[in-house]
Design a protein around this ligand. Sequence first.
Ligand SMILES: C[S@@+](CC[C@H](N)C(=O)[O-])C[C@H]1O[C@@H](n2cnc3c(N)ncnc32)[C@H](O)[C@@H]1O
Length: 390
Amino acid sequence: MSDLADLFDTLSTLLHRTRGDWQRYPFTCDSLPWPELAPLLEELDDAQLEALEADPAAAQACLAEWRPDAVALNRPRLPPLARAADYATPRWSNGIPGRKWAQIKDFAANISGTHPILEWCAGKGHLGRLLAQQSARPVTSLEWNPDLCRQGEQLAERLGLEHRFVCADALAEAAAGLFAAEQQALALHACGELHLRFLRHAAAAGTRTLALSPCCYHLIEGDRYRPLSAAGRARDLGLDRQDLRLPLQQQVTGGERVRRLRRIELSWRLAFDELQRALRGQDEYLPLPSFPKQLLSGDFADFARWACGQKEIPAPATLNGEHWLARAEPRRLMVQRIELVRHLYRYPLELWLLLDRALFLEERGYRVRLGTFTEPANSPRRYLIQASRG
Ligand SMILES: C[S@@+](CC[C@H](N)C(=O)[O-])C[C@H]1O[C@@H](n2cnc3c(N)ncnc32)[C@H](O)[C@@H]1O
């Protein structure tokens, strides 16, 4: 068994055994699901919960006595890979935010070789452009947004680079034809289904080297995650989209503003849930879709009217926002207490998903390395799967 398979086995055992901790949706809970943890969790007030949410190490210390195995599996398991020697910016990188530029430079620091490059879901192709400049290799960037393709093409022309764009849907069958054996295929922050396709197509084409940094695990086709690897299918966790969001609840780069908005969103979602239960006369949770954060800058009554519209519930003529927000308050604390426990599993679950991808490649004859390519301050999605064959 490879080291990666060993770790996958350990994680699978833990995650299967602890499903009751993480594979539940806090909004649907009426009470704390763990009687043994109730005395500890109910002692935590608002300020303490916020502080623990902002400091995962402190949250782990708080739960260590009760969940020692989960805490142990939160110790960083993946080695740091190469980092850029500097983050100096060429003129064409004007307008790329500093953190994004650091991600691109760090990703590029892990890429070497002589094969032509395929960049999957490229945006404006910043990564491909940097590599075309550094290595003088031909680069093909796949992207479906025509504006981004046009901007990327203009830059390539201005810089005299052999960098072309294919403006097409990565999920269309024809996209498989972009992969070849004598090629290096790259994907920086390709979302769920997009990077699953990337892996399947590359493995089918026998592409020599791959580098992938996955993100948005929940954006898959269908409601359930189908593990890629045989190992993953043998230890299937039965993940749905909600479960797949768990690793993304890591707001490392978010800061105070993001935390404040998250808190408002939680209160308003729960207050709407109280309202809709009363309006419909049904004591049953009704999920709301994700929405633009501007909706949180108005007042709750406007938000509730918008939410009623989404759910086709006639909104009441007068709406006492304060009343519903106050009703939601005890539930908000309960949700935060449940999240404190669930969040212990963010890293183990992300590791499980990464390893499922890595083992899929090992099963297809690749040598695989898994590590971090950039610092947490640059992105919480900082894992890189590198694979080569032959
Ligand atoms: C998260 S961005 C990453 C962009 C770039 N790799 C980077 O890291 O800066 C994902 C990109 O995938 C593109 N994309 C999304 N769905 C796509 C599809 N079905 N086919 C092709 N590109 C797609 C988006 O337009 C976007 O530019």
